[in-house]
Design a protein around this ligand. Structure first.
Ligand code: BEZ
Ligand code: FE
Length: 300
């Protein structure tokens, strides 16, 4: 086509696809181009702004490596990661939420009742609950990959003072679907803001803070793997998570418990907690594998 114009360029783009293009790829690329073209027309994008955008992407590429992915962070702060999560959530199952960059592979196994707190200062928090299906049946043997910040606000991979497995654990739910461990409260922290994404946040007058949270990946055969986080109801950043990860069903409560009431057995810290402590009860509900496909088929 010789007569490409600002008005017909999207149709010309569509006409350039080869006949054997995968239909889904065609649909996605075409919609992407349509929205990009509309976006450029809507804001009347200038050469200088377009160049700045490309320089931004180039900077994000330079800073990205095995330890840091600036493109994922960009998707997070633009709300795209959370939008994709929410579009595929299953009503009745626990919501998913961003994975973030601080998960480590091969977390050490932790028995039920085990402890993540170690020698760190802070009130003991006992976290416990059931892993169950959408009908309320327990899922024995479900695995929970758990991680959080240390009280100094850093994940192990950010902090040379911590062992890489500090505040990371893999727990297997018992025959009743129960999990339980002790820890300290995670704390709010900022997403990495020393790169191009940080520059966008500052330019937009946004802060880089996330509310404190506990990450979990919960998996069991026959169920959709759940990547999620749970957030305390009293966190100051609960309503302004810079990566939009908070959902109503992911909010938990620290329930204060009096001194002397810590369970006498069943926990690595049994017999070692004299002062007050807190309890968090949180059940995790998994959706069956293939549930979305089944819903789509039923909807015709
Ligand atoms: C996190 O929760 O660890 C996280 C999530 C998204 C971006 C950065 C950090
Ligand atoms: Fe996190």
């Amino acid at each position: 086509m010789r007569n490409v114009t600002a008005d017909n360029i999207t149709e010309v783009f569509a006409a350039y696809f080869g006949p054997d293009t995968d239909p889904r790829l065609r649909q996605v690329l075409l919609a992407l181009a349509r929205h990009l073209h509309d976006f450029a027309r809507e804001v009347r994008l200038t050469h200088a702004e377009w160049r700045k955008g490309l320089e931004f992407l180039e900077w994000a590429g330079r800073i990205t490596g095995p330890e840091r992915n600036e493109f994922v962070l960009l998707s997070d702060v633009l709300g795209l990661s959370s939008l994709v999560d929410m579009m595929h959530s299953v009503p009745g199952a626990t919501s998913s939420s961003v994975l973030g960059p601080f998960h480590v592979s091969n977390p050490p196994p932790l028995p039920i009742g085990g402890d993540l707190k170690g020698a760190w200062e802070g009130e003991v928090v006992l976290v416990q609950g059931l892993v169950r299906d959408m009908q309320g049946n327990p899922i024995p043997g479900a695995t929970l990959d758990i991680w959080q910040t240390a009280p100094n606000g850093m994940y192990s991979s950010q902090d040379p003072e911590q062992d890489i497995h500090s505040f990371h654990a893999l727990m297997t739910a018992d025959e009743t679907g129960r999990y339980a461990f002790t820890t300290v409260r995670p704390v709010p922290y900022t997403v990495p803001d020393d790169g191009p994404v940080g520059e966008i946040l500052r330019a937009a007058g946004r802060h880089p803070w996330r509310p404190s949270h506990l990450h979990m990946i919960v998996a069991a055969p026959g169920f959709r793997t759940l990547v999620t986080e749970i957030f305390p109801e009293d966190d100051p950043y609960l309503d302004e998570d810079t990566v939009f990860g908070v959902r109503a069903d992911l909010i938990m409560r620290y329930q204060p418990q009096p001194a002397g009431s810590f369970p006498a057995e069943g926990f690595a810290l049994s017999g070692k907690v004299d002062g007050p402590w807190s309890r968090v009860d949180f059940d995790l509900v998994l959706a069956p594998e293939g549930v979305e496909e089944a819903q789509a088929a039923a909807a015709g």
